[in-house]
Structures are given as structure tokens and as C-alpha cells.
Design a protein around this ligand. Structure first.
Ligand code: ATP
Ligand code: FE
Length: 352
């Protein structure tokens, strides 16, 4: 079974070819074309610019993925495309291209939920068996998912405001560090004293595994302003200590809530898996690994290029759906919102 995957729901234009053979899955190609430079001047992803860039680049990215895989369109068994959730203009660009290719070749289409793509990645990289716990931590997401089947996800909890990656990015901005904030804050934190500033650990007293990160940002801003008021500015060491304190707070909250999510799974999960850019943080990773070890479950973090947005995960989710006999209705809609626990794609004209 060989599928082409197409992804265009945020600011990466991506295409990939994945094959499932007797020896397991193989990523034949994975092309990701980012748009960071296009949006940089605006301080965030601009939906109209993203949609136009996807529309202009998708053809080329798909052609490149097919060429790199050495598989012609006629050698495919189907086309998997992200049908949501995400910026609707970009999602539509991908869905329209996929529809066009399917119409021209007669290949079947598979509509894939972008979050399902992230959630199923550990099965592509490590063949993890259901059920497992997935912590998605990125610039846009933070949630705990109990992954129980190709089409069965239980959301156990998640952030009630900002995502942790966003908090890292805002922290970097407040402290005049380069973007993306994650790596630069991590580098500063490594040189700082995490005990000097004690930042809040929001929602630890609340049951369940919901998280909150917006208060942390406010606390950091206040600590910085207090230093400025006191001595007219902050020193390099102040900045390192602020970063270390911030990162320690994020790591602790994630660790405590992950331990709770493991308990909330009910059945013992086969693994604790993490995905998303924040999973690259070594301090956070070490805390999560310790939590997994204490619970007696393996810890698994797929390679970063498969943890951040890519199309191999979409092709793989398509293969999983096909293999499970799940059908995509011919008139599926592109959806800006598509909660994972509502698994079937919406139909065109049926609203959401
Ligand atoms: P999504 O794909 O969920 O819509 P996204 O495109 O922002 O969101 P990713 O590309 O997975 O997500 O991750 C980017 C985020 O990860 C950024 O916010 C970045 O600061 C953060 N990040 C990257 N490296 C690190 C790190 N070492 N420590 C903490 N955060 C990090
Ligand atoms: Fe994503």
C-alpha cells in the first residue's frame, strides 16, 4: 500500500510518499517547505499569505515528493490529505489539489485529521500498539490523548489558554531573545539558576490534567519589570535565571499533569509518546522520561522532523485508515475545526 500525503493546514507546505510493505512502513520521501520568512515581518502566521503560498507551492512540492520517492502517480494506491483542523484557506488548497489529482487518476482519497496524523506518528516510527498516551506539545497545541484505535481518540485534558510553545516564544520576546523562543530560552536556561525566581505552577491543585500557561507569562513580565524598576535594567545573569525559572515551571506542570494523565488512561498504556516542537526541550523531556519510568511505561519521542508538521504522518494516517477499512465519503468538507473525538469528516453542505 503506497500513499501520497498532502499537508497545508498551517505554515508548512508538505508532501510525502509512504509505503507499507511486509517489513513495515517506509517513508519513501518527505518534503516540507516552510513559510517562516513570509510571515516573519507580521509577528505571526497571516492566513491569506499562507493560503496563497500553499496554492502556489503545492504542485511543486508534490512533484518533488513523487520524484524523490521514485514513484509515479500511477504507482500510488491513494492520496491522503489533511482536511482540517487548521487555517481554512490552506486546508482548501490541499484538498482541491488532492481532489484534482484523484479525479485525473481515479485514485481514492483519504481525508485525514491533522491531529490524528500527529497522534498516529509513533506507530509509523516505532510500531507502538494501542492504547498509548500521547502528549502533543507545540506552538499551537497542548493536549493529552489516549490513542485507542486508528479512529479512537480520547482527549483527557489540555491547555485552557496558551500552548507551551507559545509561552516559550512570548518569554523570548519579553527578554529580547531570538525567535523561535523555545531553543533560545532553553539555551539561556541551561546557564541559569532555576531556584532564584519561583514562578506559579497553575492548576496543580485542580483535579484532572488540564493545564494553563498564560499566568506564567504574566509572572515573568512582572519579575522582569521589578528588576528594571529596581536597577534600571536586567543583567545577562538575570535573564538566564528568569529563563531557568520559567522552564522549570513549565517542565514541572507538564510532568505532574502527565503523571495524572497516565492514571486517567484506565488501562495501562503501552507507552508515553510526545510530539510537537516543545518535545525537543531536553529539560522537559528528561522530566517526562522520569514520569514514564516511574509509571513503568516506555517513553517515546519520534524524531523531530516527524514530530513537527509534515506530510509523512498524513500519508501514514491514510494508510492506517485504509487498512482499517475506514471509508472517506466522496463529498467530505475541509474543516477549520475538527475535534479528534469526533472522528468522521463532515460532508460538504452539512455545515460543521
Ligand atoms: P502546530 O503544528 O501545533 O500548529 P507549531 O507549528 O507552532 O504548531 P511545532 O512546529 O511543532 O508547532 O513547534 C514549534 C514550537 O515549539 C515553537 O513555539 C517553539 O518555540 C517550540 N520549541 C521548539 N524547540 C523548543 C525547545 N527546545 N524548547 C521549548 N520549546 C521549543
Ligand atoms: Fe501540527
Amino acid at each position: 500500500l503506497t500513499l501520497l500525503g498532502i499537508e497545508s493546514s498551517c505554515d508548512d507546505t508538505a508532501a510525502a510518499v509512504v509505503r507499507l510493505g511486509g517489513a513495515g512502513p517506509e517513508i519513501l520521501s518527505s518534503v516540507v517547505l516552510g513559510q517562516t520568512a513570509l510571515h516573519e515581518a507580521f509577528g505571526g502566521v497571516v492566513p491569506e499569505i499562507a493560503a496563497r503560498a500553499h496554492a502556489e507551492r503545492l504542485d511543486g512540492v508534490v512533484a518533488e515528493a513523487l520524484a524523490a520517492a521514485g514513484v509515479p502517480l500511477a504507482g500510488l494506491d491513494g492520496i491522503a490529505v489533511t482536511a482540517g483542523p487548521g487555517l481554512i484557506g490552506g486546508v482548501l488548497s490541499g484538498v482541491m489539489l488532492a481532489r484534482g489529482l484523484a479525479a485525473a487518476t481515479g485514485l481514492p482519497l483519504v481525508a485525514v485529521n491533522h491531529l490524528a496524523g500527529h497522534a498516529l506518528t509513533p506507530r509509523l516510527t516505532d510500531g507502538v500498539a494501542f492504547p498509548y498516551l500521547m502528549l502533543l506539545v507545540s506552538g499551537g497545541h497542548c493536549q493529552f490523548l489516549s490513542v485507542e484505535g486508528v479512529d479512537r481518540f480520547r482527549r483527557l485534558g489540555g491547555t485552557i489558554d496558551d500552548a507551551p510553545g507559545e509561552a516559550f516564544d512570548k518569554t523570548a520576546k519579553l527578554l529580547a531573545l531570538p525567535q523561535p523562543g523555545g531553543p533560545s530560552v532553553e539555551a539561556e536556561a541551561a546557564l541559569g539558576d532555576p531556584g532564584r525566581f519561583r514562578f506559579p505552577r497553575p492548576l496543580l491543585d485542580r483535579e484532572g490534567c488540564d493545564l494553563s500557561f498564560s499566568g506564567l507569562k504574566t509572572a515573568l513580565l512582572r519579575a522582569r519589570d521589578a528588576l528594571v524598576a529596581e536597577k534600571g535594567g536586567i543583567t545577562l545573569q538575570d535573564r538566564r535565571d528568569l529563563c531557568a525559572g520559567f522552564q522549570a515551571a513549565v517542565a514541572e506542570v507538564l510532568a505532574v499533569k502527565t503523571a495524572r494523565a497516565l492514571e486517567l488512561c484506565g488501562v495501562r498504556p503501552t507507552a508515553l509518546c510526545v510530539a510537537g516542537g516543545v518535545a525537543a526541550n531536553k529539560a522537559i523531556r528528561a522530566r517526562l522520561e522520569a514520569v514514564a519510568e516511574r509509571a513503568g511505561v516506555p517513553f517515546l519521542a519520534p524524531p523531530l522532523r516527524l514530530c513537527t508538521d509534515n506530510a509523512a504522518m498524513i500519508a501514514w494516517a491514510g494508510i492506517e485508515r485504509r487498512r482499517a477499512g475506514l471509508e472517506t465519503p466522496p463529498h467530505f468538507a475541509a474543516r477549520p475545526r475538527w475535534p479528534l473525538d469526533e472522528t468522521a469528516p463532515a460532508l460538504l453542505g452539512s455545515g460543521r
